[in-house]
Write a protein that binds this ligand. Structure first.
Ligand SMILES: [Fe+2]
Ligand SMILES: [Fe+2]
Length: 207
């Protein structure tokens, strides 16, 4: 992905409005407080979606969440799967809530080509670059942490909990695998997993 991809302040504001309007439209008890917490106590609308992979730019997390919302909505609209509209909104927009207050800007020395030094010798050219790092103050797991944050404010239905907890797909080396076992009960865990990887590895790869 091109590092120079930029989400402008106007686009970030527009994404914030879209996301908060959609979340509030669910009328889920506690949602107003959850939205207020996200807006005033977290960096959800400025955080990147990753340190160096998909949408590693300011506002990337919010844009990625909207992409997953669009992908998941399309699967429902196409008749592939039935998921309640509120469940689509809550799970897609909040699946990566664990990434708030998580990324920090750091400086790092990186090699950028070569230069000729004072003795006429070709040497590596080191430059100081600003990169995204990670500071995880609550490392309980990815989907787990999103569910925990959300459930501090609203109640998740069993299906919504399953979708957010398992949106990263099957766990490695576990049998029975919670992902495939849960997918038999809630096929929507498969739909959010594919929406997530389609967004991160196909759609956002082109940006
Ligand atoms: Fe994720
Ligand atoms: Fe994601």
């Amino acid at each position: 992905m091109a590092e120079e991809f930029v989400i402008t302040k106007e686009q970030r504001d527009e994404n914030q409005k879209k996301i908060t309007d959609l979340l509030l439209s669910t009328k889920r008890p506690g949602m107003e407080r959850l939205v207020e917490w996200i807006v005033t106590k977290t960096d959800f609308f400025t955080a990147p979606a990753s340190t160096k992979y998909h949408l590693n730019c300011e506002g990337g997390l919010a844009l990625h969440s909207l992409h997953v919302y669009q992908r998941l909505s399309e699967k429902v609209a196409q008749g592939l799967i039935k998921i309640e509209p509120d469940t689509v909104i809550i799970t897609s927009l909040l699946h990566d809530l664990c990434k708030v207050n998580f990324y920090v800007k750091e400086t790092k020395n990186v090699k950028e080509g070569t230069k000729i030094n004072q003795y006429g010798k070709e040497v590596p050219n080191w430059v100081e670059k600003e990169v995204w790092g990670i500071k995880d103050s609550f490392p309980v797991g990815h989907g787990e942490k999103s569910c925990w944050y959300i459930q501090n404010f609203i109640r998740l239905k069993a299906e919504e909990y399953a979708m957010i907890r398992l949106h990263m797909g099957p766990d490695k080396n576990t049998y029975p695998d919670p992902f495939s076992e849960t997918a038999k009960i809630y096929p929507s865990v498969v739909a959010i997993f594919t929406s997530d990887i389609e967004s991160a590895y196909i759609l956002e790869e082109k940006l």
